[in-house]
Design a protein around this ligand. Sequence first.
Ligand SMILES: *Cc1c(COP(=O)(O)O)cnc(C)c1O
Length: 406
Amino acid sequence: MGAMRVDGQPDVPAVVATSGAGASGTGTPEHIPFNRPTLSGMELVYITQAVEKMHVSGDGDYTAKCSQLFEKVFGTPRVLLTTSCTHALEMSALLLDIQPGDEVICPSFTFVSTINAFVLRGAKPVFLDVRSDTLNLDERMLEAAITPRTKAILVVHYGGVGCEMDTIMDIANRHGIKVVEDNAHGLFGKFKGRYLGTFGAMATQSFHETKNFTCGEGGALLINDQQYVERAEILREKGTDRSRFFRGQVDKYTWVDVGSSYLPSDILAAFLYAQLEQREHIQNDRKRIWETYDAALGDWAEANGATRPIVPDYCEQPYHLYYLLMPSYAERTRFIKYLKERGVTSVFHYLPLHNSGMGAQFGGRTGDCPVTEDVSDRLVRLPFYNSLKPEQQEHVIDVIRGFHAG
Ligand SMILES: *Cc1c(COP(=O)(O)O)cnc(C)c1O
């Protein structure tokens, strides 16, 4: 088997083996990859327009269109496109003025970037376990983890299913601690009728190839707390007031703060906008695929000691992924191999952060987050992408039904 990245993605290009038309007609079953990037059809048209306008650097017309769409939908004061979710998280750490020795609470069951952006500023990560139902940060453990040094709480809406934001925001507000939502999975998802990404002081999005909406590599920072807007624009523009200059608010731009270069090219924004325009269509496809898996695999899961995702009825998920929890690590290994031998790629997901090589340097030990350790060993994600055709999904389901846990 090829190398696996820390997030369990195969370390090979996601687009393999399928000819555009699907089954080859030779009788050989086609290979079904785990992921294929979403394409709406208008990407190249908009890219051509961006190029013809001769504004291909950051903050051109398409960047503005994307930002404005998000600001309107979410009612957020400011949304800045960034070069990645990782970079949006780095901006969050700068905006919250994280200093060496500050403690930052986050779930152990997440992608490295969630906490790395804060560790980069010298923060000490405090890893919390996740709930065994939603696999989200266990809010029942939150208050006990807060110390006088706690500077931020990072939450991740796993699979786009909202964390218990009522409780989390209540605790954070009582202690005067800022919340950042890593909403890489949850774009357009809702918790109790309110959009994910609008609860914390700020939230981050990813438009990486593996996410619901993509431009290859990209991200966004949603700034819900107005006090951070001006500085965010400066950090993103190399520590200059160039954004104000372009709006005609100052007559020259200069170095005013620390910063970096977090603007994506307008070419990427053009690609992304093509997808955002089609968001209803894209979300409908994903909903159908998710619900088809869930309805088709119920009996099989029960008979084989596997469990399906649990989504509280007050969470509207954007259908980012579909996973199963197998009865054991050994059964998961056998299941992934069984599917692979039949041309279906399935992948595990996050390795716990607290007892990783880096986590151990911060004192994390095996046993600290038992739920995270357990689900990380048993979770497997099924092929999930917008262009997965009903007959291809039927094939995946048939293959799965042929597997019997020992
Ligand atoms: C994908 C992902 C990221 C990183 O996104 P990039 O845009 O690749 O930087 C961060 N956090 C979570 C939870 C993710 O799923």
